[in-house]
Ligand binder design. Structure first.
Ligand code: ATP
Ligand code: MG
Length: 188
């Protein structure tokens, strides 16, 4: 008689992110369109986002804890002005960034990192947070900011938990939970 079959737990590839509203997404897409085409793969418009915490492959049993973390997040809505384009040489990533990261963004990311460690026992990312929005992968170098495009102001009013799903046409990001940024008691 065959022994019991070991069924590996189902895993999901997850990350916490800021997810642009439709108007901001349209501005991001227009910026991407205006960049010189110099090789690499542009991120699809519907996939544009800013990663706050990358979790990687997670067992489904972690989801209740991630819900708790989302529920415990504190902060008020804030604005972010994207005004620079840069390039990570090693990762070959062309990114959109903010020359002055707003304090609420840094507080949100730090709070998330510490909640993920203390509530869910997840390892902390040792690298300092470098807020950026990936525009193009396999990019060889940076490109200048397009002359006819103004800085992009994004009003952030929530945090999402996103599943990264690989399909026949590449990766697709699916927001599976959303938490509004409202100011709970004690957050100022
Ligand atoms: P692919 O890996 O298939 O090229 P991708 O990098 O877009 O696609 P994921 O690897 O699922 O998709 O990454 C999801 C998000 O998390 C992206 O914003 C990605 O830049 C970021 N990310 C991926 N790996 C890490 C990591 N080790 N540390 C920090 N952020 C990461
Ligand atoms: Mg990746």
């Amino acid at each position: 008689m065959p022994g019991p079959q070991l069924i590996p737990p189902r895993t999901r590839r997850l990350f916490f992110a800021l997810w642009p509203d439709a108007a901001t997404r349209a501005c991001l897409s227009a910026l991407l369109e205006a960049l010189p085409k110099e090789g690499g793969r542009d991120v699809r418009t519907e996939n544009l986002h800013l990663t706050l915490a990358f979790l990687g492959e997670c067992e489904e049993s972690l989801l209740p804890c991630l819900d708790e973390v989302g529920d415990a997040l504190e902060g008020r809505p804030f604005e972010m002005q994207f005004d620079e384009i840069g390039h990570f040489n090693r990762a070959r990533v062309l990114w959109l960034g903010v020359s002055q990261p707003p304090e609420p963004l840094l507080a949100l990311q730090a709070g998330l990192a510490s909640q993920l460690a203390s509530r869910c026992g997840l390892p902390r990312d040792e690298r300092p947070f470098a807020p950026h929005l990936t525009l193009r992968r396999d990019a060889r170098h940076a490109v200048p900011w397009p002359r006819d495009i103004a800085p992009i102001v994004w009003k952030v009013d929530g945090v999402v938990l996103v599943e990264s799903v690989s399909g026949p046409h590449g990766v697709h990001y699916e927001p599976i939970r959303t938490w509004p940024l409202t100011c709970a008691a004690g957050c100022g």
